[in-house]
Write a protein that binds this ligand. Structure first.
Ligand code: AMP
Length: 217
């Protein structure tokens, strides 16, 4: 079983590539952001608290994220999976290591999505999402065929509240301060592979497949 982490700034394409990997190679895609947004959408008891942080582009407190993601990770012992957006800090990495010990498993590799800040911000700025099937578009790079309508299911597309310019800036700063130290951490553990995450989705996917072959050997 191959267990990998996708690490990189917001807008680096982690979610898009994880989705593709799940569709084409059957990997479980565990996205911390999606799980948190689902709590808000379903108006669970955690929804209000989570939304406070999502709106600002700040990290949701560890105890909540861990609660939301833990069962998925524990249930994934026998699966190939990609963790997208978790861990986002050293303390979350420690919590993850503990979960893995509980299922007698471990991470096989970490893929670091490398893009410039300008590129990442430009990608987030034009992003359009489908509320029903989760398809993601971009106003310039991947526009839907009909304005603001999902090609896949016909629903009306929306812009995530945290994809507004001020929040994007904040998310990027949070990444630099809290998540980027993980690059060095995983590099020291000899788990890190650097993926050049610019170019078309197909090009990036091809590079990613090369890295995955090495990790799973
Ligand atoms: P994403 O969908 O990965 O861009 O994440 C969207 C937002 O969800 C982030 O800006 C955070 O507010 C929250 N979030 C996602 N993953 C985590 C995490 N591991 N820890 C704390 N907050 C998170």
């Amino acid at each position: 079983m191959v267990k990998i982490i996708f690490l990189g700034p917001p807008g680096s394409g982690k979610g898009t590539l994880a989705k593709k990997l799940s569709e084409e190679q059957g990997f479980w895609h565990i996205s911390a952001g999606d799980l948190l947004r689902e709590e808000v959408f379903k108006k669970t008891s955690l929804a209000e608290k989570i939304n406070e942080y999502l709106k600002k582009g700040a990290l949701v407190p560890d105890e909540i994220v861990v609660l939301v993601i833990k069962n998925k990770i524990l249930a994934s012992a026998a699966a190939n999976f990609v963790l997208d957006g978790f861990p986002r800090s050293l303390s979350q990495e420690k919590a993850l290591e503990k979960m893995f010990r509980a299922i007698n498993s471990q991470i096989d590799g970490v893929v670091y999505f490398q893009v410039s800040e300008d590129e990442a911000v430009a990608r987030l700025s034009g992003r359009l999402n489908c509320p029903k099937c989760g398809a993601v578009y971009h106003a310039v790079n991947k526009p839907p065929q009909k304005d603001k309508i999902c090609d896949v299911c016909g629903s009306e597309l929306f812009v995530r509240e945290d994809d507004q310019p001020v929040t994007i800036k904040n998310r990027y700063e949070v990444y630099q301060k809290q998540t980027k130290p993980l690059v060095e951490y995983f590099s020291k553990k000899k788990l890190l592979s650097v993926l050049t995450a610019t170019g078309t989705i197909e090009q990036v996917y091809q590079n990613l497949s090369g890295i995955l072959n090495k990790i799973s050997r």
